[in-house]
Design a protein around this ligand. Structure first.
Ligand code: ATP
Ligand code: MG
Length: 679
């Protein structure tokens, strides 16, 4: 690695540092907010630890596991199994309980410490829940599940709840009694809920009477009832009262013998229940991927390795310290919510935020008001949220005091430089470190990311691998490793790491064929990547989305980053379609910033957009067609679903595939129309 050592005073963590000629490094902290000494203080220290984690993973990870987690039975083994055989296990003879690690040990130390900051949909109603209160409710619920519903270790529980404390309580209660949970995002329809419950064969469903989002009511219990018509395994439904229930209750709302309210069940039980010691390799949860590229996969994570990945990345990637207040805007229905709202922050005993609302309700200042009110030290969101906020106007962060923030994170898609700079300048005010964190549902925790104040950053690059991540860039066709710098290929990993997924639920063959067989001896991510001359990694989007124009392999991310440079463009998506001359040609879809849509619909010239790509990448990359549309198809976790656009462009709109993971399928007819007109 050709990294220069950081020269900074370690007691003074610094904002993101840019490499290159236009680098602007600001070390000052004019507001004087107290900043702790970072855990890692220099690139040399990072490199030494990273090398140890690769050459002596046993030594490295057993030290980390003892340092960060409490074990009821110490482990004597570390890694066993191989990627080739698909039988990886970590600390398999050790025992621990994830709930004990996330709740009890902190409640024992200080029950009055804040664990959850709950920001309900309704503004100005923030609530705080302490570790002591969390422990009591988790235990009461654990007692309901075991004593009243007869759940045994290994039974699965489905959780279909909005972003409310009950969701965290439910996950932790399951972990406490050894019942793997499957959290189903509260935006899913009855069919998707039924598929997931059915797949997991859950005996219990935990839901709520309603959800609230931007003032709208979502009838969760009614949706769950429809789903349950085809889920005979479910014996009990526990219903949290998110809003007052009518008295008397209309007939049919609750099914006798099956359904009961949270407020009836929990008070029956004492606020303690012993945690069940689990093997490190016992399943902790199963969770479905976002479905950006096809049918979602039910990914299985185990207890010890997953928790270690969660705790170690929160500690080092976000440089978390006691007393910090972590704010992650994901939903608990996705892996980011699991790892960076629940298990990561709580395992370290800090406060974590549950944001039930949307970033624009009641105004696009919602996030920033929350940061000020809760004095958040960390803020973690997705490029799609950043781009949608830019679209609504640059000024919204300006009226809030954001000086408590130290680290800003991005996850989910490559962050285009324009969004990166806005985040850095307008939200971070050049006082925060920006961490572009690359990972997947299957990796369990972040695997490539800068370390705050240590790694010099380059907007758009996730930079360098974390502990234990041995990155390889492979030639997609031959599978040979591309050595050295300035190479582009597919992203693979050479060695097992603790938080990697162990299987696909009830389909181990799919696990092997998706991740371990495509390139034998490697874990295959499915993403394209470049390693630049400094050894930095740039995620190039899905391998399936690569566009080949006249022999040039172009990634969606580079074309989109160029289009997003245009002042009026909010977001863009590029797809390839066949072309008789060039093999493939590029079709691009763009959405405009709001002012442009309403005030000057004709202000944007398509040829200016094409010119951006032409000048930034090269003439061969000029899109053949650029279409301005109202919205792009997105997954429910906010990612652009290019496969739908590709099908439309290819004239295969009648076979769009699984649309259950697309949050806005209603835009599809408009897209078909726009593409049809352009032909
Ligand atoms: P599916 O696997 O069902 O198609 P998905 O891959 O979108 O869905 P997730 O596990 O939620 O489901 O997303 C992981 C993917 O998100 C990664 O493989 C990568 O493509 C993308 N991603 C996540 N973080 C980043 C990042 N910081 N930079 C670039 N891409 C990212
Ligand atoms: Mg994926």
């Amino acid at each position: 690695m050709v990294l220069t050592s950081s020269k900074e005073d370690p007691s003074f963590p610094v904002p993101s540092r840019l490499l290159g000629a236009d680098a602007e490094v600001k070390d000052d902290n004019p507001k004087g907010y107290p900043r702790p000494t970072p855990h890692i203080t220099s690139t040399d220290e990072y490199l030494t630890l990273w090398k140890e984690s690769i050459t002596q993973p046993d030594v490295f990870w057993s030290r980390m596991a003892k340092d960060l987690l409490s074990w009821s039975k110490p482990f004597t083994q570390t890694l066993a199994g191989t990627l080739d055989e698909g039988n990886v296990r970590w600390f398999a003879d050790g025992e621990l309980n994830a709930c004990y690690n996330c709740v009890d040990r902190h409640a024992l130390e200080d029950p009055s410490r804040v664990a959850l900051i709950y920001e309900p949909d309704e503004p100005n109603a923030t609530q705080r829940i302490t570790y002591g209160e969390l422990l009591a409710d988790v235990c009461r619920l654990a007692n309901v599940l075991t004593i009243d519903y007869g759940l045994r270790r290994g039974d699965t529980v489905a959780i279909y709840l909005p972003m409310i404390p009950a969701a965290v309580i439910a996950m932790l209660a399951c972990a406490r009694i050894g019942c793997p949970h499957t959290v189903i995002f509260a935006g899913f329809s009855a069919g998707s809920v039924a598929d997931r419950i059915h797949d997991a064969r859950s005996r219990v469903l935990i839901t709520s009477n309603e959800g609230r989002r931007a003032g709208k009511v979502i009838p969760l219990k009614a949706i769950a009832d429809t789903a349950l018509e085809s889920c005979p395994t479910v014996e009990h439904v526990l219903v949290y009262e998110r809003s007052p229930v009518p008295d008397p209750l209309p007939a049919g709302v609750m099914t006798a013998g099956r359904d009961e309210f949270w407020s009836t069940a929990l008070p029956r039980h004492r606020p303690y229940c012993p945690p069940v010691p689990m093997s490190a390799e016992d399943p902790l949860f199963l969770l479905y991927t976002s479905g950006s590229t096809g049918l979602p996969k039910g990914v299985l994570h185990t207890t010890g390795g997953y928790l270690l990945g969660a705790a170690s990345t929160v500690k080092y990637v976000f440089d978390v310290h006691p007393g910090d207040r972590f704010g992650c805007t994901a939903d608990v229905g996705w892996i980011t919510g699991h790892t960076y709202i629940v298990y990561g922050p709580l395992s370290l005993g800090i406060a974590t935020t549950l944001l039930e609302s949307v970033p624009t309700y009641p105004t696009p200042a919602r996030y920033w008001q929350l940061v000020e009110e809760a004095k958040l030290t960390h803020f973690y969101t997705a490029p799609t949220a950043i781009r949608s906020l830019i679209r609504l106007g640059e000024h919204w962060p300006f009226n809030s005091d954001l000086s408590s923030l130290r680290v800003l994170g991005s996850v989910g898609e490559p962050i285009n430089p324009e969004a990166w700079y806005w985040y850095n300048d307008k939200v971070g005010r050049e006082q925060c470190a920006i961490v572009d964190t690359y990972w997947q549902t299957e990796t369990g925790s972040i695997i490539i990311s800068p370390l705050p104040g240590v790694t010099h950053t380059k907007p758009g690059s996730a930079t360098l691998p974390l502990w234990g991540i041995d990155v390889a860039v492979l030639d997609p066709q031959t599978g040979a490793e591309l050595q050295g710098r300035d190479v582009t290929g597919v992203l693979a990993i050479r060695q097992p790491w603790p938080s990697m997924a162990r299987s696909v639920w009830k389909d181990h063959a799919r696990y092997l064929s998706t991740y371990l067989k495509p390139y034998p001896s490697y874990y295959f991510t499915g993403d394209g990547v470049s390693r630049d001359r400094d050894g930095y990694y740039w995620i190039r989007g899905r391998v399936d989305d690569v566009i080949n124009v006249s022999g040039h392999r172009l990634s969606t991310s580079e074309i989109e980053a160029a289009l997003n440079q245009h002042d009026h463009v909010a977001e863009s998506a590029a797809v390839g379609t066949s072309d008789p001359v060039t093999g493939q040609c590029i079709f691009a879809f763009v959405t405009l910033k709001d002012d442009d849509v309403t005030e000057q619909p004709m202000a944007i010239e398509v040829k200016d957009l094409a010119l951006k790509v032409r000048t930034m990448i090269g003439p061969f990359a000029t899109p053949k067609c650029i279409l301005i549309v109202q919205e792009l198809p997105k997954t429910r976790s906010g990612k652009i679903v290019r496969r739908v656009l590709r099908k439309i462009v290819d004239g295969e709109a009648d076979s769009l595939g699984d649309l259950s993971t697309v949050a806005n399928p209603e835009i599809v007819p408009e897209l078909i129309k726009v593409v049809g007109v352009s032909d």
